[in-house]
Design a protein around this ligand. Sequence first.
Ligand code: ZN
Length: 443
Amino acid sequence: MKIQNIRGVGQERALPTELGLAMHDFMADLFPLCRSITGNGVRETLADVGKEIPLEIHEVPSGTQVFDWSVPLEWNIADAFIKDPSGKRLIDFQQCNLHVVSYSVPIHKKMTLADLKPHLHSLPDYPTWIPFRTSYYRENWGFCLSHKQLSELPDGVELEVCIESTLASGSLTYGECYLRGDTQDEILISCHVCHPSLCNDNLSGLAVATALAKAMAKRPRRYSYRFIFIPATIGAITWMARNEAVLQNIRHGLVITGVGDQGAITYKKSRRGDAEVDRAMQHVLRYDEPGHRVIDFFPYGYDERQYCSPAFNLPVGCLMRTPHGQYPEYHTSADNLDFVKPESLAGSYRHCLSLFDILEHNETYINQHPKGEPQLGRRGLYRDLAGQQESKMFELSLLWVLNMSDGAHSLLDIAERAGISFATIHKAAVLLKQHGLLQAVVF
Ligand code: ZN
C-alpha cells in the first residue's frame, strides 16, 4: 500500500493531495476483496491494514454468545454465475462481487427466469447500477444485477444458476491497533470492514483510520489510542462483549464512515450530546469546514448506536460526509473508486487530527497571579508588534486564558467563550505556562 508515502506529522497538513492520493490508492488495493461480516475477505483486508500499522487480529468462534447475539456461521464464496444454455456467463461474480447477495447459501441448479426472478435484485431507477444486498441472519440466496442486465436475461430457456459458497462453523474476525499513551485513558476510533467492493461506505473510513493510526503512532500521546476494524453491528457488539473492562477507560470516541464523498462533513453527536468529543469536533468544524452539519444522536446509523447503548453510553460520535441513505450511490456499485475523492479523504483525516490535537491539549489551569492582571510587559509577553492583527489576537488570547484559568474552565471552554481558535488559545497557554503564570489542574 501507499500510505507509507505519508510524510511525518506536521507535514501532512501541507500535503493534502499526496495524502489523499495515498489513501485512495490503499482503497484501490482493498476494493476487489469480497468482504462480509465474516470470512476470508475480512481476513485479507486486515492483513493489508496490518502491513501499515501494528494490528492484532482476533478470531471469535461461531456460536460465541455476545450480549444478546451470537457470532454467526462464517461465510465464504469462491464463485457464482448465471449461465445461458450455451454456457456463457450472463452474470459473473468474478466481474463484480456485488452480484451475489452477501451470505447466500450455496445453490447449483437449472431454472427458468420466472423461477429465478424472486431471487434477483435490481434498481429500476438507476438501470446501470448493481445494488448491494445482504441476508445475514436468514438463510437465503440471491443475485444483484443492473436493471439493464435483468432486462436482457433470456426468457423461456433453462438458466444454470450457481453460487459456490460455504456457510459453516468458523469465526468472526476483527483487528485492533492499540497505541499506548502516557495514561490509560483512551480514545476509541472505530470503522467497519464488512462491505465488499464499496468505497465510501466502509473503505473510506478504513483508509482514514489506518492513516490516523499511522500518524498517531509517531506522536507523543497523553491518551492511549485504540483503532478497531470490525464488521458492523455484530463486530461492535462482539468487541464490546469481550472488552467490557476496557470500556471504562474510553474518554472519547469516534466512528469514522462515509468520509470520502464530496459532501461537506456531517458530525453526529454522541448520545450524551455535550461530551468533550462533541464540543471539540464542533469547534474543529466551525473553523475548518464551511457548510458542515451537526446532528443529534439517534439510535440508527453506524456502530455509534452500540457504543451509545444505555448500559455504556460512551462518549462516541460519528464523523461522516453525506449521511448514509442520503446519496443515491449508497449501497450500489456506483459507490466506487470514482465516487470517493482524495481531497475529501484528506480533509476528513485532517479534521480527525485537529480533534486529537484539542483532546490531547484540552487541559484546565489555575492562574498563579489571579489578583489583578499579572504584568505581562515586564515578562516580555506584550510584544512590539502593535497594530498587527495576529499579534493583537494573541495578546487577547493571553488575557482570556489568564482570566478564565480559575480551575473550572478548560482551554476549550476558554476558546469557545472567547471566540478564538483552540490552536491560538493553546499557544497562549503554553507561553503563560513557560513563564510560570499557569499551573495545570490534575483531576
Ligand atoms: Zn453500509
